[in-house]
Design a protein around this ligand. Structure first.
Ligand SMILES: [Zn+2]
Length: 289
């Protein structure tokens, strides 16, 4: 683990970058606990994907979205309930229509307060970012695997494969432009985040996660915006699937956590956050594929 004093505070730098016509990303700049954030424009509406953590980050993202949206109606959705992705949503309450899937809303209600406490305990900078945070409910919930939103001349698809990195991770897919926002189902040059915290949270499901990743590769996205890290192509998604399968296979073969960690770091020398390898190993020790 890195020295906490060297970790930058989890602040969103709200300078959107247009990665495709009318599709903007506020990049994470590889700052821990800052996600990639999307702003997608249609003729009459704009969809914001994730908010960053805490009211100040949420307000900065809202301000950036308002500038780009230029009077269009705002809609907010979250890729999943984790604090750095959605605990800035309060800034959008009343300013945007907030849309989640029903299972994600239930997970946020059930686990949100405990995650808020857990994150506040991580560092003074994280606690400061979360100061004044309260959890807000969605305005609209959808059932089932898919929800389409017409932004005016552009359709976006909110899609979940159910239990994976959380109980109901949701991607955002632009079928015409083949742009995919993956949330934490995929990271780029970062060891995948395995939130395996039994008994407090044991809801990650690697089989479901792999099924989602395989489905995303099949969708043949031209641009993948991962939860964290740089945007790229579908090789980002394939890389996560290959990593998860390789950790599962190494655990199955009887390798111990230190050996597997060394193997994975040797295989991916430019990936950050190696502490997540041990979480993946412990998961597969409990739940072989
Ligand atoms: Zn997450």
């Amino acid at each position: 683990m890195s020295d906490p004093s060297s970790v930058p505070p989890p602040l969103v730098r709200a300078q959107p970058d247009e990665i495709a016509p009318g599709v903007f990303v506020i990049h994470d700049h590889r700052v821990p606990l800052v996600p990639n954030i999307g702003i997608i424009l249609g003729e009459h509406s704009a969809l914001v994907v994730d908010t960053g953590m805490g009211p100040a980050n949420g307000a900065a993202v809202l301000e950036a979205a308002r500038k780009i949206a230029d009077g269009r109606r705002l809609i907010l959705t979250l890729t999943h309930f984790h604090p750095e992705h959605g605990f800035g949503a309060q800034a959008f309450k009343g300013a945007a229509q907030i849309v989640y899937n029903r299972a994600q809303a239930a997970e946020l209600a059930a686990k949100g307060p405990a995650y808020l406490d857990m994150f506040r305990g991580m560092s003074a900078d994280v606690a400061a970012a979360l100061d004044g945070t309260h959890l807000v409910e969605a305005d609209d919930l959808y059932n089932g695997a898919e929800h389409r939103i017409d932004l005016g001349g552009r359709t976006v698809v909110l899609r979940t494969w159910g239990q994976a990195h959380t109980l109901a991770d949701q991607v955002v897919w632009l079928p015409a432009e083949r742009v995919l926002f993956t949330g934490d189902l995929a990271e780029e040059r970062i060891f995948p985040i395995f939130p395996w915290f039994p008994p407090d949270d044991a809801d990650i499901d690697a089989r479901g996660w792999l099924a989602a990743l395989d489905a995303m590769v099949e969708m043949a996205p031209a641009i993948v915006v991962p939860g964290h890290g740089s945007a790229g192509g579908k090789e980002i998604v394939q890389g996560v699937a290959d990593y998860i399968r390789s950790v599962a296979a190494a655990v199955q073969a009887g390798d111990d956590a230190d050996t597997i960690t060394a193997q994975m770091q040797a295989r991916h020398p430019d990936w950050d956050a190696p502490e997540w390898i041990g979480f993946a190993v412990r998961y597969f020790q409990d739940r072989p594929l």
